[in-house]
Write a protein that binds this ligand. Structure first.
Ligand SMILES: Cc1cc2nc3c(=O)[nH]c(=O)nc-3n(C[C@H](O)[C@H](O)[C@H](O)COP(=O)(O)OP(=O)(O)OC[C@H]3O[C@@H](n4cnc5c(N)ncnc54)[C@H](O)[C@@H]3O)c2cc1C
Length: 358
């Protein structure tokens, strides 16, 4: 098969890139390793994301009943007193807690409806760039090896940056943040806020997923994850020592016994564009979840990546450097915000987690 653009990775960044390419009439194919849309960590998006959803033509996805409204942040951060930051002052008045599996399925269906090829269960094997053409081999869901050629390749593989790393480009990480996550069943529904609480070893995150379901994460550095933390029940017991989270998980039980441990480190690729390739979303720049910016960045990056690829294929040599400049500027602004956010917490200045950040 020969196609203008091949996208490796079908998360928000890959799908958003495809949608822009299809908008300009450029055929593309997405290879996505997972066999079906999966629940992923990360679900909260702020009110400001709405304008991006509108610009990308995917606003109606937010009206799906499985995405909950989020009315603000409730937090213990900087001192022991709980406080609220409501979204009511914002013109949009709400953010969202996305059902990630539903959202990933919505994006994949939209790509297919727009005429794109979205192939689940397909994992990248090799890439080769010869005579201004990429040849990519991959395994299919039924373990066959196939190949496709394309004029341009996109790395949308998330924090793994699989394509760029095959090209020998290194990823730099700024910290070792990880999320230790459990899914919890509540006996009652709770207010639709994002709950954040700073503790000596990091911070807690909790958000409702459905009326009686909650996602609960301890965010800490990989080397600071307590050895005793092995099951979802362990995580619930640890959370009982908090001020803000403990009351909302009272009488709750773990929905699944296991814990999911995922990297949430701030990091970036040392080179994000090159001859007929670019990286987008977490593959290019990955954000600390405290910013609630990962999904928005993936969608926004995809929007600009699509435009840049079209311009590049039409011969505009400035398109990829301009794209890189734009996403790098956003990351610089974020780094200042991140330092400011962690600097607000001074109660455990000597503790490893906080001293590494302040
Ligand atoms: C604990 C945690 C909490 C978070 N909380 C939030 C939050 O509240 N709000 C927020 O906005 N963001 C949050 N994030 C970040 C957010 O989830 C990511 O930024 C977002 O998913 C990035 O989208 P992406 O498309 O770049 O990458 P991904 O969503 O990671 O998609 C990459 C895709 O590439 C596929 N892939 C990988 N390798 C291959 C291969 N070799 N071949 C084919 N396919 C491949 C994967 O299967 C995957 O589907 C959180 C992240 C973590 C870890």
């Amino acid at each position: 098969m020969n196609i203008p653009v091949i996208i490796i990775g079908g998360g928000p960044a890959g799908a958003a890139t495809a949608l822009q390419l299809l908008h300009y009439g450029y055929e593309c194919i997405i290879l996505e390793a997972s066999s079906s849309p999966k629940r992923k960590p990360g679900e909260t998006i702020p009110p400001q994301a709405l304008s991006l959803f509108k610009k990308s033509g995917i606003e109606e996805m937010l009206r799906h009943p499985e995405h909950l409204a989020c009315y603000g942040n409730r937090f213990v951060w900087g001192n022991a007193t709980p406080a609220d930051k409501s979204f009511f002052q914002n013109p949009v008045a709400q953010g969202w807690h996305l059902n990630r599996a539903t959202f990933e399925a919505q994006l994949a269906n939209r790509v297919i409806a727009a005429g794109g090829h979205y192939l689940h269960g397909c994992t990248l094997l090799t890439t080769k760039f010869l005579n201004r053409e990429w040849t990519v081999t991959y395994t299919t869901a039924d373990k066959q090896v196939r190949s496709v050629t394309a004029a341009f390749i996109v790395d949308a593989t998330g924090r793994k940056s699989r394509v760029a790393r095959k090209l020998g480009i290194q990823r730099k990480v700024v910290d070792q943040l990880a999320g230790v996550t459990a899914f919890v069943t509540l006996p009652y529904n709770i207010q639709q806020f994002t709950y954040l609480e700073a503790v000596e070893s990091g911070w807690w995150y909790a958000a409702p997923l459905t009326e009686f379901q909650l996602v609960l994460s301890l965010m800490t550095d990989t080397d600071l994850i307590p050895k005793s933390l092995r099951t979802a029940s362990d995580l619930l017991s640890n959370a009982n020592a908090t001020t803000l989270i403990a009351p909302i998980i009272e009488n709750s039980i773990a929905s699944e016994p296991g814990l999911v441990v995922t990297s949430a480190a701030t990091g970036y690729l040392q080179q994000r564009t090159g001859d007929r390739w670019l990286a987008v979303g977490d593959a290019a720049y990955a954000y600390d979840p405290i910013s609630s910016y990962g999904i928005t960045s993936a969608l926004e990056g995809g929007y600009y990546a699509g435009h840049a690829i079209v311009a590049c294929l039409r011969g505009n040599q400035d398109a990829l450097p301009a794209y890189d400049w734009a996403i790098s500027n956003v990351f610089s602004t974020y780094m200042k915000m991140l330092i400011g956010q962690y600097a607000q917490e001074k109660r455990w200045a000597e503790a490893a987690f906080w001293s590494r950040r302040n």
